[in-house]
Design a protein around this ligand. Sequence first.
Ligand code: ADP
Ligand code: MN
Ligand code: MN
Ligand code: MN
Ligand code: MN
Length: 378
Amino acid sequence: MAVAITFGTSGRIAGLLEPEILNRFLDLDQGGKIAAEYVWIGGTGSDLRSKTKTLTKPVKNVKDLPVWNYDGSSCGQAPGEDSEVYLVARNIFRDPFRGGDNILVMSDAYKPPQVGEPKDTPLTPIPTNTRAACMEVMEKVKEEEPWFGIEQEYTLLNSTSKWPLGWPSNGFPGPQGPYYCSAGSGAAIGRDIVEAHLKCCYYAGVNLSGVNAEVMPAQWEFQVGPCEGTDAGDHLWMARYILTRLAELYNIDVTFDPKPIPGDWNGAGGHCNFSSKSTRAAGTGWDAIQEQIKKLEKRHAIHIASYGEGNERRLTGKHETSSMHDFSWGVANRGASVRVGRSVPVDKCGYYEDRRPSSNLDPYVVTKLICETTLLSK
Ligand code: ADP
Ligand code: MN
Ligand code: MN
Ligand code: MN
Ligand code: MN
């Protein structure tokens, strides 16, 4: 009998797919086969898709992974009559769901080669492949060794009601105040999934720098970094993929919406911390930071336009945000577009935080733009 599944119901279908049954098979020897889960970004620019390729031996170097393909017409990424999209493997992680030598592979998508083209013609990225343009810029600025640390805020939702996890079903919890970095059953809601995510990221090799409970109940944050160049985007997207897979097991939804609940509830950000060789240089770094911030100010509108859909609902100037319309910066100022840490003017070097990106940022777009503005523009 077919079971109809509507989006948002449990991937496990409580009572039907009991986890204990799968557990009987997870430790079986794989007969020498390795599963490589190729992960890519779908047509909305935020949906993550993946499929499994069987390999005949363990692979450690991404260059040893074959180019693969998928049906782009089913992801909103290609017309039905020419539906093939090529997948290029970019970054390997260990697979915390399958364990062993199995891997997760962050990939990006290209148009297939055209008939009659010489064999070594470079592939053309499809329009939603933001990684390709990011990689080009990172190549240009690699001498400056750009490092990024991205803070990913997200909100856990009841998958049936779409209301935040643990909130009263027809109302609101007590006002914000006790929840940020909290402990306790009514305060730190959904910690199991945060803990599972942390362990899975460590195992996978995602460069996770920390996690914390956020200001709005059922909202959490993880940070990735510091990561150099395209690694920042690869690690953030893979951390999101792992979180989404865990949420599926727990039958809850994760939203990266910048303002999931309107009103007096904090929105969700994607702060991007940045440093380059010159900002990290002892003695001269503080001057370099001030030069870079001046350049960011000039291109404020360009950045805001690429810092996440719906960010205008979040960047109101309230709830620890700056106004979307003006650029501002300050030492230790959490109401500014850009915040410089207390220690930077003291140490005369370090990194700074672009607080403008929202939780649904595309890290390939944001890291590329920060490098273009601070390291390539006049
Ligand atoms: P906040 O105080 O804004 O909550 P977090 O501790 O959440 O800051 O995040 C700080 C981020 O900055 C982390 O992702 C960390 O990896 C990153 N970071 C630390 N040092 C550097 C550096 N030199 N360059 C870029 N990013 C850095
Ligand atoms: Mn943080
Ligand atoms: Mn935060
Ligand atoms: Mn916040
Ligand atoms: Mn921050």
